[in-house]
Design a protein around this ligand. Structure first.
Ligand code: FAD
Length: 435
């Protein structure tokens, strides 16, 4: 956020040089650029302002440089937020198929990876070029790099003769607009331009914000407690991972990756969005095995050491670390499995399928793919993304709508941007047509 951003009640003075637009969109990321292109093509005079040198840096680095731009199987169930139903309407009105059709019109080649995740064949730059071409087609003006210092609103007249308007001070001068769209994203990856401007604007206009927190982020553990596993850094395995209480339990079947400080990989990133500090996560390290039956069978037909049998269930390096840890806790897994009691094997099965670990934290915004929380959807229209403050809209990640890993966050950026552009056109087109 620009350090000198300030709240300003608009005064009566206008400067002669002030430029005028129907809409000013703050943020030239996924949601802002998409919304700008649609709104421009619907006949609105649109200005996009971004403080970064380059547009859409997050698209550029997304999906390992190939941008997982949507998920074929998107529904409200793939999102979290205080009001999980909020995203339903926008998602229904701009679907993954709609975005695929847009890619086809632009000749962008793509392919499907696992679980409906769609990626560019060549580069994420293809998506950025597409968005800029759509903006061009809509006659969108872009100011970049450009900081916004203040936003003021002159209120609607009591008799409805004026709906009110916004005035913004920026590095490029003062600008006036009937509507402002906040598309400044979340707080993750500050080094490529993330800022809290969106939340500050919400506060300025007394709109509630659900406390932001890092999501889709690696989990970390107390260094001493993690020491036995730190040397497993780089090891990946498929797991079932869970968190939450009985009432709100959530689980994912995805890969897990050991790191020097804790756990990462798709399964951990997914669960991190739901994990509450101080609570445990539970791992099933052999999700494809019915463990009690498997161990009973091993006991009946084998004299191998329990540790070796464990090595057949999970990667050998992990089995070794477990056996060493088990010994420290009084378990002898270096004896033949046929000598183990049913109780001991039952306890082992339970441990392998419900390994409970309590993270001490996350890797934070430096490594988080997204920010959970954000502008409270109770203050927004699910049809148009307009807030209680007339003419002020919020779209994309700045809103308290957070997608799972797998292309859902970009689909939310497209869908919320599209709903907003439609809402803007319905509100402002008569004015735009008359200019
Ligand atoms: C490493 C990484 C990989 C990801 N991969 C994927 C993926 O493959 N699929 C997926 O669906 N999601 C992915 N995401 C998430 C996705 O990038 C975001 O959810 C999405 O970009 C949000 O779009 P947005 O337009 O709301 O915000 P952003 O794309 O973050 O855009 C916000 C824009 O606002 C500008 N801005 C911020 N503050 C100011 C200010 N003070 N003044 C002016 N401008 C400002 C920024 O410069 C930026 O251009 C990934 C995220 C990361 C970090």
């Amino acid at each position: 956020m620009t350090g000198n951003f300030r709240t300003r009640q608009r005064g009566p003075h206008y400067t002669a040089a002030m430029q005028s637009f129907d809409v000013v969109i703050l943020g030239a990321g996924a949601a802002g650029l998409f919304c700008a292109g649609v709104a421009g093509q619907l006949g609105l005079k649109v200005l996009v302002i971004d403080h970064s040198e380059k547009v859409a840096e997050k698209i550029r680095i997304s999906g390992g440089g190939r941008c997982n731009f949507t998920n074929r199987d998107t529904s409200a169930a793939n999102f979290l937020g205080d009001n999980p139903a909020f995203c339903r309407s926008a998602l229904a009105r701009y679907t993954p198929q709609d975005f695929i059709a847009l890619l086809q019109r632009h000749g962008v080649a793509w392919h499907e990876k696992h679980k409906g995740q769609l990626f560019c064949d060549h580069s994420a730059e293809d998506i950025i070029r597409l968005l800029l071409a759509e903006c061009e087609a809509g006659g969108v003006t872009r100011w970049q790099p450009c900081r916004v210092q203040s936003i003021g609103f002159s209120g609607a007249s009591p008799h409805g003769s004026s709906p009110g308007s916004y005035e913004l001070d920026s590095d490029h001068g003062r600008v006036q607009a009937a509507a402002v769209v906040v598309a400044t994203g979340g707080l993750s990856i500050p080094k490529i331009g993330a800022s809290d401007l969106g939340y500050r604007i919400a506060h300025q206009f007394e709109l509630p914000v659900v406390a932001p927190r890092p999501a889709l982020v690696p989990l970390t553990f107390d260094a001493a407690a993690w020491a036995p596993y730190a040397e497993l850094a780089g090891l990946a395995l498929p797991v079932k991972i869970e968190t939450g209480s009985k009432k709100n339990r959530i689980s994912f079947a995805e890969d897990l990756l050991f790191t020097h400080r804790g756990l990462s990989g798709p399964g951990v990133l997914q669960i991190s969005s739901y994990w509450q500090p101080g609570t445990p996560i539970s791992l099933n390290l052999a999700p494809l095995q019915a463990l009690p039956a498997w161990l009973a069978q091993a006991k009946a037909g084998s004299r191998r050491l329990i540790a070796n049998e464990l090595g057949a269930l999970v990667p050998a390096r992990l089995a070794d670390a477990w056996v060493a840890q088990g010994a420290a806790q009084g378990h002898n897994w270096q004896r033949p499995i046929n000598e183990a009691s049913d109780k001991a094997l039952g306890a082992l099965a339970e441990r392998v399928s419900h390994w409970a670990l309590t993270p001490t934290g996350t890797e934070g915004y430096r490594k988080a793919e997204v920010t959970a929380g954000g502008v409270d959807t109770r203050a927004l229209s699910s049809q148009t993304m307009e807030s209680r403050q007339p003419g002020l809209y919020f779209i994309g990640e700045v809103v308290d709508v957070t997608g799972w890993l797998g292309g859902y966050n970009f689909q939310w950026a497209w869908a919320s941007g599209f709903a907003c552009a439609q809402g803007l056109a319905a509100r402002l087109r008569p004015a735009a047509d008359s200019t």
